[in-house]
Write a protein that binds this ligand. Structure first.
Ligand SMILES: *Cc1c(COP(=O)(O)O)cnc(C)c1O
Length: 361
């Protein structure tokens, strides 16, 4: 068996230790005589898995007591609709558009109710963040929505740029949740699809301040109502049990890496060596993003000559480096270097890129 160096944007690499543990426990979880996939979600075994996963997540992120953690389905895309369905309450909400994902969230919310674009960087091809004076906030907005890491454009909002908006801040953290410490108390709602940095697809995390529960109109479906989900401990209906179990194993793995401080240090070093390789390539590789807000998780880059793209992809694949093709909307390459991608893996990529540039420059 050989495993590739996996730079997929999502579903993405998982820690090998976690996969091995899941494999060991696959047929018989802790003496239950069956797999986690085969047990009742209401039985004591699964209830203990869910409780442990939530406790570990709360510890890792430092989630205060007044927040509920929901383990939902439907992906981040469902949240694009579920957030305005629950929180608009007949008012308007503000969106800051800094890339494809926040733009999608804004468009979806327009289907539900009244929303405003408070700032957009589309005019500069989503290569930076709006400055404070470019953001026009509505002080009466029901909430302000941001995407703290744009997976396609590689733009990340640094923690120190998260300011108090005066209204509840709602954040799509799908592609960098758990990659570094986050001041949870500054947010009203944090959400993330699991398949980038948490676990298998099919699970969606929502961390919501209890003041935002119970605002939904009575006519929304119960399964879409955060308050109902919170009252039922994410068990109104069957939750994505196996995804929750694997996410729980990932949370324990993260604790063994020194928690979010520990993994953030590794992530910073991974990003440093990759951007350094790009910036020191004498123009052979380029990343267009303002260095102040370059993503530490998703690194898009282009080759000076797009005619070399096919050779780059074929040769990198032959070297065991996979899923480097950029998103079709931006072209070029993208290396997603989530938590489960090791520093060693990024070093192998950097060595390949330096060698490829030497041979083709
Ligand atoms: C992948 C991604 C999404 C979409 O997630 P789904 O789970 O496929 O709906 C939304 N936002 C961001 C930032 C993403 O990276």
């Amino acid at each position: 068996m050989s495993r590739v160096w996996n730079f997929s944007a999502g579903p993405a690499a998982l820690p090998e230790e976690v996969l091995r543990q899941a494999q060991e426990e696959l047929l018989d979880w802790h003496g239950a005589g069956c797999s986690v996939m085969e047990m009742s979600h209401r039985g004591k075994e699964f209830m203990s898995i869910l409780a442990q996963a939530e406790a570990d997540l709360r510890e890792l992120m430092g989630i205060p007591e007044q927040y509920k953690v929901l383990f939902l389905q439907g992906g981040a895309t469902q949240q694009f609709a579920q957030i305005p369905m629950n929180l608009l309450a007949g008012r308007s909400a503000d969106y800051i558009v800094t890339g494809s994902w926040s733009k999608k969230a804004f468009k979806e919310a327009q289907r539900i109710g009244n929303v405003r674009c408070a700032a957009t960087t589309e005019g500069s091809s989503f290569t930076g963040l709006p400055s404070a004076d470019e953001i026009r906030l509505d002080p009466f907005a029901a909430y302000l929505h941001v995407c703290t890491n744009e997976t396609i454009h590689g733009v990340e909002i640094p923690a120190e740029r998260i300011a108090d908006a005066g209204v509840p801040l709602v954040a799509d953290m799908s592609s960098h949740i758990l990659s570094r410490p986050v001041p949870v108390e500054k947010f009203g709602l944090i959400y993330a699809g699991a398949q980038k940095n948490i676990g298998p697809s099919g699970l969606t995390l929502v961390i919501i301040h209890r003041d935002l529960l119970g605002m939904a109109p009575l006519n929304i479906p119960t399964v879409m109502d955060y308050a109902v989900m919170a009252e039922n401990g994410s068990m109104l209906n069957t939750p994505p049990t196996y995804g929750i179990y694997v996410a729980g194993l990932v949370f324990q793995w993260l604790k063994r890496q020194g928690g979010l401080e520990g993994i953030a240090a590794v992530n910073a070093e991974k990003a440093r060596i990759l951007y350094e390789c790009i910036d020191n390539s004498a123009g052979f590789y380029a990343n267009p993003v303002d260095p102040e807000c370059r993503s530490r998780m998703n690194v898009p880059f282009s080759l000076v000559n797009p005619g070399l793209d096919a050779a780059f992809l074929a040769e990198s694949k032959a070297a065991g480096l996979v899923s480097l093709k950029g998103h079709k909307s931006v072209g070029g390459m993208r290396a997603s270097i989530y938590n489960a991608v090791s520093l060693e893996g990024v070093q192998v990529l950097v060595d390949f890129m330096n060698d490829f540039a030497r041979r083709n420059g």
